[in-house]
Design a protein. Structure first.
Lengths: 284, 316
């Protein structure tokens, strides 16, 4: 059974199609990055998966209907949507009391062990913590919950780089294993690139591309081409073209590498570059 | 710790000022007033027919000790009831603001995204918010009231004793405990009467995009004004007033006095005090015989259903 299975998932706000006919499956043991511009539909998709909004189409998360069975689903699913959503009026220890009271799969000692490594005082009120500390605390709570699926929607937005790096390092080292799946959206693609197993690109409410990360290097290549060979390179049907420091750079999907090498310098691509090439190609 | 306890504790922490601090301050002020008057002499005091000069609390204790035990118990209960009056009058106001806060604040600071990540259903969440207002708040008010009453007895005995009065004269713990017990039922049934109004407040809290106070208060005022202008009547306003103040409940309790054997006159002090010392559960439970109560509960159920619907489908 896949962790998440969606068929024809759509969401309209009035007449605006925030998400159109999304179909996908996410198995256990994956870290899936959902990448898209602002307003592309990432948060809408995650909200539907988490049972936070009504939707059209069919979604099953761990075999359950998220909208109708959100409470039971949350025994197996954790999420951090947005930054600093923890209740500001509570103290850290009171919040842990609360989670311990309502969550049957919360192991408090795991959370407390993680908190000991931070500078968060357990008797401090959450409103007195910095934004970075609140995020650390939220991650600590997530670490204490034995969930099968963790959904992270821009969990580190606006935090400084040290917090962001530590966040993803902790996630990978102390949380992720073959028995869990993580779905993450973020603007800082380069920060999650190295931890993802799969990517999904969204543009204008549609899934435009899905792939395991380890297939990307063989699938995409960019060619820095000499101006006199530009037309020959264009004949090989690049999916995207740009100019860097006056030199044309063409991006190819499933290229004939031998043919490319004859025209210029072939380079591997970062996830961010692939996203730009793929999405601007789709929307052009 | 169970789920129920965790949810109740959250309500208590979020609304500590309203739920705990308010009754503590009000009862504390009354305690200071009573103890102050005990310490510095009471002065003129109406006790039975005409007023008598009671110079000190010691003397008051002697007066109470000389009275029939039924009357004495009534005097003690009357004193305690008067002490509780300010807190009782503020209680609906506190409940109003407790109910108005939770479901609005969680959207304003986006903490609903955290609450929704916990295995707590929207129905449980709404009922927890409701219970924070209509169960937890009156329960804490009652507990603070009982503690203040006991403290008053202790201080009255100490001060009255020091002034040479009989220390044991006011320790009518039995009738007093019965009065507290009865008070719990009065509060509970009061809450049932007021439930449609409180459920409306909760709905406003779940719905209001901003300023939930206005969303709770303006629509009823619009209805009241329109009824007044076009129909020249005030049914809606009096309906709200009746339910919020549980008017029929208190009328039934007052009727209990008037229909008591021997017909108690308000100016017959001894009889009134004796009647006060007896519990009147028949009057309290007569509320359930009013169709009004049941209609109000049905309206409350519909409003609560709407509140759960809003929290489940209309967030984000």
């Amino acid at each position: 059974m896949p962790v998440v299975a969606a068929r024809g998932l759509s969401k309209h706000y009035g007449r605006f199609p925030a998400l159109v006919d999304a179909s996908f499956e996410i198995p256990l043991g994956r870290i899936v990055g959902i990448i898209g511009a602002n307003g592309a539909g990432k948060t809408t998709m995650l909200s539907a998966i988490l049972g936070l909004i009504p939707y059209e189409g069919e979604v099953r998360v761990l075999g359950r209907d998220p909208l109708r069975e959100r409470d039971r689903l949350m025994n197996e699913v954790s999420f951090i949507a947005d930054v600093a959503t923890l209740p500001r009026f509570m103290r850290v220890d009171q919040l842990l009391d609360y989670v311990e009271g309502v969550h049957p799969k919360f192991a408090r000692q795991r959370t407390e062990a993680f908190l000991k490594r931070t500078k968060i005082p357990p008797t401090k009120r959450i409103k007195a913590l910095s934004k970075g500390m609140v995020t650390q605390l939220h991650l600590a709570i997530v670490m204490g919950v034995d969930a099968k699926l963790l959904v992270l929607d821009e969990p580190t937005l606006g935090l400084d780089i040290l917090f962001r790096k530590a966040f993803y390092r902790d996630l990978l080292e102390d949380y992720f294993d073959a028995g869990r799946t993580i779905i993450v959206t973020t603007h800082q693609v380069e920060e999650v690139e190295h931890i993802l197993t799969d990517v999904m690109f969204i543009a204008n409410g549609r899934i435009v591309f899905e792939s395991p990360v380890d297939e990307l290097p063989s699938r995409f290549a960019e060619l820095a081409v000499a101006p006199d060979k530009l037309e020959a390179a264009r004949a090989l049907r690049p999916i995207h073209e740009r100019t860097t420091l006056g030199q044309p750079v063409l991006v190819f999907e499933n290229p004939d590498r031998g043919a490319l090498k004859a025209l210029g310098t072939v380079r591997g691509m970062t996830l961010a570059d692939i996203f730009v090439a793929k999405v601007s190609g789709e929307t052009a | 710790m169970s789920k129920l306890k965790a949810l109740a504790r959250r309500e208590l922490i979020e609304n500590r000022n309203g739920i705990v601090l308010t009754p503590v301050i009000l009862m504390g002020l009354m305690l200071i007033l009573v103890v102050g008057s005990m310490s510095f002499g009471i002065g003129e005091m109406g006790l039975g027919h005409g007023t008598r000069h009671v110079a000190s609390f010691g003397q008051l204790l002697r007066e109470i000790a000389d009275a029939e035990s039924g009357v004495a118990a009534g005097i003690v209960i009357a004193l305690m009831s008067v002490m509780s009056l300010p807190a009782l009058m503020v209680l609906p106001v506190v409940i109003f603001f407790v109910l108005l806060g939770g479901l609005y604040e969680e959207r304003r600071d986006r903490s609903f995204l955290f609450w929704k990540s916990m295995p707590v259903s929207d129905t449980e969440e709404v009922l927890a918010r409701l219970a924070g207002g209509i169960v937890l708040t009156p329960a804490v008010f009652l507990a603070v009231g009982i503690a203040t009453h006991l403290l008053t007895l202790v201080l009255a005995s100490l001060i009255g004793g020091a002034q040479g009065g009989p220390v044991g004269a006011i320790w009518y713990i039995g009738p007093l405990a019965l009065n507290w017990f009865q008070g719990a039922f009065v509060l509970a049934i009061w809450m049932l009467w007021a439930l449609p109004v409180f459920a409306w407040v909760l709905l406003a809290s779940a719905y209001a995009p901003r300023t939930p106070f206005l969303y709770a208060v303006v629509p009823p005022i619009v209805v009241i004004v329109n009824e007044n202008v076009f129909l020249h009547s005030n049914h809606f306003a009096s309906w709200i007033g009746r339910h919020l103040s549980a008017q029929p409940l208190f009328e039934d309790i007052a009727d209990g006095f008037r229909t008591a054997p021997g017909r108690v006159e308000i100016d017959d002090f001894s009889a009134l005090m004796q009647e006060l010392a007896k519990p009147d559960f028949a009057g309290i439970f007569n509320s359930f015989a009013h169709p009004d109560l049941w209609i109000g509960l049905a309206i409350a159920a519909a409003l609560l259903y709407g509140t759960v619907w809003l929290r489940r489908y209309a967030l984000a």
